[in-house]
Design a protein around this ligand. Structure first.
Ligand code: ATP
Length: 625
């Protein structure tokens, strides 16, 4: 369900790392509570609000810390806390070793600190540097606070609070914010931002969660926005991302870094950064590769034939399948049965795995009474955490649908951990594997498949539902007893929504994504026709119409946005004019000019008696001249 630009992996984002952040907060909160209890039994003592600068750093606007004897029992506990706070914002490799007054006087004890005054923290062996530190200070609201003030800020991850934190992060890193905390777009901002998929690794226990995120002008006009998008993407629901590093260990402090050479980023909450964080475990490397998977193809008229994109997901299923597993009802493979809610257990025998995705495993199952086989999709709710709405939408949409070219939902059962969908079984695998096996299809075969796909799309569109993830992996193939393809059915409605107004959510799968999604001007039903056009193109020649020579996602998007549709020889030399005309009309960049699903079905090439012996070259060149 989730092989797409924004959702891949994100539905299952773990929250453990941020929970660390949160549990730190909780510890601090309980300390605060303890303090409050103590304060009730003692005369209240006002905290000294003291500001600390970084020695020699004229850009760091300082941090205000409320200094209370109950909080800091020794001078060392203050320097330790200062170290913790400052390392988030400035370079301080050895931690805070010495505190100076603004005049350079060494401070040796807590009592020397005066309320409302500022001080300078230096590291090991650093001489005091005299600077106009207070000139870099800005309005007190923008300071990063440590202690009770920041606790209230951190405990609740409301967007406004998250924004405040982001402002502080930015400020601490030298980025500009306006007085109200809104980041100003850097002068370069407009120029640097272009649609780009980056890989985000959420810091934590290895193997860590790896997510894909599309950055673009809509979600990343500023560094602050980009950080908020990352927070959202990795589901940092106990706060916001405070630090981001590239894989080479460089702190990201400017927006353009997200669009430079490196495309893997490590996101942190409050926790420390360690050198080992930047080393990927095998599983993580695999996930990063998966995130980067884009077609490695060429569009030139000469040179080697382009290749198909890498298939999304399914590896585990195939491995499991290849490792054995009998037909439905084989006791040896009935491992999923205990998971089943009673009504399903009574009714079905569960058999081998026939497919899997990022969030679900699909098994064959058999009705004990009728012996009819079905597909049982077992959705792991833990993997969908934070993205439950996708699953709910999938079921809601599927319940509404009844079409011969759409996989039907027979029944569903819920449990606290799993969602079970009994679906019509389509046993020929998916179209991706068929394309891989056949390389390309004859025109009558392509006509049959596109006819089935388009009639499913036309039906969906008649209900104002857009699928948004049409791709060969989501098209299940019906095969005859001789193994030949008889048709296909559309599956996986995880991204499907009803469209009543232009949509803006960037989603889909890179190879099949329509230009209007990338342009973020708002899109509608026609994106499904675009994706079907890409599939028709692939069926006819064996490779996708838009790709990048080196698998670079940005170049792929550039190719899609440039919309330069080519039919390179020799691969297209023998394809009929009608097929090319249909492809060209399905892949028109302007949605208003692009064919609707009904137009596709009405096209001359779709007629069973279409004569394929037209001269493509003559026809196409005339048309384009
Ligand atoms: N009704 C079905 N009949 C036969 N096989 C099916 C059926 N539904 C799904 N499958 C197989 O299971 C695989 C995974 O299913 P599906 O794509 O719905 O899972 P998912 O977790 O939602 O995937 P994704 O990672 O794409 O979001 C499919 O690619 C397909 O091979």
């Amino acid at each position: 369900m989730e092989n797409n630009l924004s959702r891949s992996g994100s539905r299952s984002s773990s929250v453990c790392e941020l929970e660390k952040d949160f549990s730190d907060m909780e510890i601090m909160k309980s300390r605060t509570n303890r303090r409050n209890v103590m304060l009730r039994s003692q005369p209240a003592r006002k905290a000294k609000r003291v500001r600390f600068f970084r020695n020699g750093d004229k850009f760091y606007s300082g941090v205000i810390i409320p200094v209370l004897p109950e909080r800091y029992r020794s001078f060392d506990s203050l320097t330790a806390d200062l170290t913790r706070v400052l390392v988030d914002n400035v370079t301080l490799p050895s931690g805070v070793r010495t505190i100076y007054s603004l005049e350079g006087r060494k401070i040796g004890k807590l009592d020397d600190l005066e309320d409302g005054q500022s001080y300078v923290c230096s590291g090991f062996g650093e001489p005091f540097k005299r600077l106009d530190y207070e000139a870099s200070a800005v309005t007190p609201q923008s300071f990063r606070l440590s202690g009770p003030e920041s606790l209230s800020d951190s405990a609740s991850p409301s967007p406004a609070r998250a924004n405040n934190r982001l402002s502080r992060y930015l400020q601490a890193n030298g980025s500009s914010t306006t007085g109200n905390g809104t980041a100003r777009v850097s002068p370069a901002g407009d120029n640097v931002v272009r649609p780009r998929i980056v890989t985000i690794i959420r810091n934590g226990v290895k193997p860590r969660k790896v997510c894909r995120l599309l950055l673009n002008k809509r979600n990343s006009p500023t560094l602050e926005h980009a950080l908020a998008a990352i927070t959202e993407c990795i589901k940092l629901d106990t706060g916001c991302v405070r630090k981001v590093f590239t894989q080479s260990g460089t702190a990201v402090t400017a927006l353009h870094q997200f669009f430079d050479d490196e495309d893997v980023f490590f996101a942190y909450g409050n926790e420390r950064v360690n050198q080992e964080d930047f080393e990927l475990e095998f599983e993580e490397s695999r996930a990063v590769l998966q995130c980067r998977k884009t077609p490695i193809t060429r569009n030139s008229r000469t040179g080697p034939k382009p290749r198909m994109p890498v298939k999304a997901g399914g590896g585990a299923a195939r491995a499991a399948s290849e490792a054995g597993g009998g037909a439905a009802g084989d006791a040896a493979d009935d491992v999923a049965a205990p998971l089943l809610p009673q009504p399903l257990r009574l009714k079905y025998n569960v058999g081998k795995i026939i497919g899997d995705g990022n969030f679900a495993v699909v098994r064959i199952c058999k009705d004990k009474t009728t012996n009819k086989e079905y597909a049982l999709k077992i959705i792991d709710k833990a993997k969908c955490k934070g993205k439950e709405h996708y699953v709910e939408a999938e079921v809601r949409v599927m319940r509404k649908l009844c079409h011969p070219r759409i996989v039907s939902l027979i029944e569903e059962q819920d449990s606290p951990e799993w969602l079970f969908l009994i679906m019509e079984l389509v046993s020929g695998g998916d179209l991706f594997d068929s394309i891989a096996a056949a390389s390309k299809f004859s025109e009558p075969q392509a006509r049959l498949l596109i006819g089935h796909l388009t009639s499913a799309i036309a039906y969906l569109h008649s209900l104002s539902i857009v699928h948004r993830d049409i791709k060969p992996e989501n098209l299940l193939v019906e095969v005859g007893s001789d193994g030949s393809i008889r048709g296909l059915k559309l599956a996986d409605f995880g991204l499907a929504v009803e469209v009543w107004r232009p949509l803006h959510a960037v989603c889909g799968t890179p190879t099949y994504v329509a230009p209007e999604i990338l342009l973020e001007t708002g899109y509608g039903l026609k994106i499904d026709v675009w994706a079907a056009g890409v599939i028709l193109y692939i069926l006819l020649c064996g490779f996708p119409p838009f790709s990048s020579p080196d698998g670079d996602q940005e170049k792929l998007f550039d190719a899609i946005l440039s919309a330069r549709l080519e039919f390179p020889a020799p691969h297209w030399e023998r394809v009929s004019a009608g097929a090319i005309d249909l492809v060209a009309n399905m892949l028109r960049p302007q949605p208003e000019l692009r064919f609707a699903a009904e137009d596709v079905l009405d096209h001359a090439w779709m007629a069973d008696d279409y004569d394929e012996s037209c001269d493509f070259r003559t026809w196409y060149d005339e048309d384009s001249s």
